[in-house]
Write a protein that binds this ligand. Sequence first.
Ligand SMILES: Nc1ncnc2c1ncn2[C@@H]1O[C@H](COP(=O)(O)OP(=O)(O)O)[C@@H](O)[C@H]1O
Ligand SMILES: Cc1ncc(COP(=O)(O)OP(=O)(O)O)c(N)n1
Length: 265
Amino acid sequence: MTIAGTDSGGGAGVAADLRTMALAGVHGCVAVTAVTVQNTLGVTGVHTIPPETVAAQIRVVAQDIGLNAVKTGMLATGAIIDAIVDVAAEVGIGRDRPIPLVVDPVCASMHGDRLLAVEAMTALRERLIPIATVVTPNLDEVVLITGIEVVDDETQRAAAVALHEMGAQWAIVKGGHLRSSPRSADILYDGTDFLRLDYERIDTPHDHGAGDTLASAMTSALAHGMSVPDAARFAKGWVSESIRWSYPLGAGHGPVNPLWRVANY
Ligand SMILES: Nc1ncnc2c1ncn2[C@@H]1O[C@H](COP(=O)(O)OP(=O)(O)O)[C@@H](O)[C@H]1O
Ligand SMILES: Cc1ncc(COP(=O)(O)OP(=O)(O)O)c(N)n1
């Protein structure tokens, strides 16, 4: 299941998650948190869904279809986070529970449009991250959550340690925004070992939805029963090729393209 917002441009959020989940061989269910008015140039409107409706979407799917793994994306408000954390305890989602939880702590779009209210940062830090099986921030989110500015490998590792100490079972600090590096390397940490997930940096402005695609590929792999390190390796390869095959849609940042798996270009 993806618990996330919609993107009218179809590049990020629920649309990106469902594309990847389908191609990765799992049936994706949806709990919508917000409707965004969005294209490749940015977000111009947000309409949030009532927290009890978000919780109800999760509950009815858990009770009927069942859940093998869950991912969160744009959550919009602290009240929505509180509702998700409460229903997660009720149906068994989260670390040390039967259903693994991947938390992509989406705070803003790549254009700087706020997707999580400032008041929600405390609930994110103190309630959601502590129940995450894996948390997957980009570097802007790392600063907002931990106060650590990542500039190199050492600070990237320090951020992963801080997120683990906040309660996440595993932390992946994504290096996509570390443009000074010729590689695009993410660091995975479980409290003991660091795993570096390294890939060439692909030179394209069309990377909209990359973070969602990484997290939903990882969620799909966890739903198939893979371990977290194997799921992270799978997701890294998946998102890298999706960026390679991204396309120039609209006047801004076009979407990444998980259809590389099936399309004959
Ligand atoms: N230009 C790029 N080339 C290769 N991989 C990239 C590139 N940009 C981002 N990635 C990878 O895509 C994933 C999403 O990263 P990032 O862009 O930092 O997240 P977000 O979309 O949340 O801002 C990470 O695995 C990151 O390393
Ligand atoms: C509805 C919605 N959810 C998430 C995002 C951010 O997506 P992300 O994959 O982090 O990609 P970029 O914003 O970096 O393209 C979004 N924009 N909209």
